[in-house]
Design a protein around this ligand. Sequence first.
Ligand code: NCD
Ligand code: ZN
Length: 347
Amino acid sequence: MVQHITLTRPDDWHLHLRDGAMLKGVLPETARHFARALIMPNLVPPVVTSADAAAYRDRILRALPEGSTFAPLMTLYLTEGTDPQDVAAAHASGLVKAVKLYPAGATTNSHAGVRNLDSVRAVLEKMAEIGLPLCTHGEVTTAEVDIFDREAVFIDTVLDPLRRSLPELRIVMEHITTEQGVDYAREGGENLAATITTHHLIINRNHILAGGIKPHYYCLPVAKREKHRLALRAAATSGLPMYFLGTDSAPHVDALKEQACGCAGCFTATNTMALLAHVFEEEGKLSNLETFTSLNGPAFYCLPLNEARITLVKHELAQTFPEKILTEAGPVTVFNPGFPVHWHVDA
Ligand code: NCD
Ligand code: ZN
């Protein structure tokens, strides 16, 4: 039996595109299925000012395949030197849709991140005033905190105090990976939302470590225990308005993943929609897929829904996806879920 599902064209509310040859190589993978994506600013050097964001947006638009209508939505990388007026101007012009908080040292290219939230207070107050969301990489980075506890400790010691002191600030908890993240987002009211990645719905920490180390499953925040994966699946498929898709598709060339100190990041742009259809069907919630991928995000970001649609088809035969995307920067391995996938975006 052939099954079809047609959705409003989805958006990706957390995407790494990089720059130069890598950008050119991976951008078509997202543009093929997604109408818009919120582009992460952790380049080297980072996208800090409105001028940086405008220039990066132009490079993305120039790298798009001929005829593509994909729209990059830009973010600024919050630093202790960020100018509130520059942020306000970037928001007013429509260029920038969010500001990204990376605790210093939390992840790939985050050394320019924030050490002390007090030092960016004026920026956060301006954002609260103008309604510009803060996207948080929600992990503390102090050496005493176990890497599997970083998210829960961030919620208690950074996020909750911040929200109490500035309740008007709109916040997106990016790529949540724990039951604590799911619960905190659910109770947060209309100024709080959370993105969930595709891969965190599929892997737990055993997939990374049992039976040999799997560098292509290593990302940050690192996948947690099975009970957390199950909580994420329940949240993503729930239809509740505060949860939406942010793939965190984060390409690194294989040479940088497969080495003694491998980079963090799973590259899921190519097969994300097919994998999500598989997951939502398994949960008996295919009818909530569109809510997660295409409706909740625009509602939170106060943007119109996409008019275009895509159709996913469940085929008799398992579908094949490229094992790697060959970019001029080098090969990038596509996330392999480890099970056959029958869904495919057909149009
Ligand atoms: C991201 C990257 O490679 O830029 N890596 C990752 O594991 N997700 C950074 C990030 O979002 O943490
Ligand atoms: Zn990311």
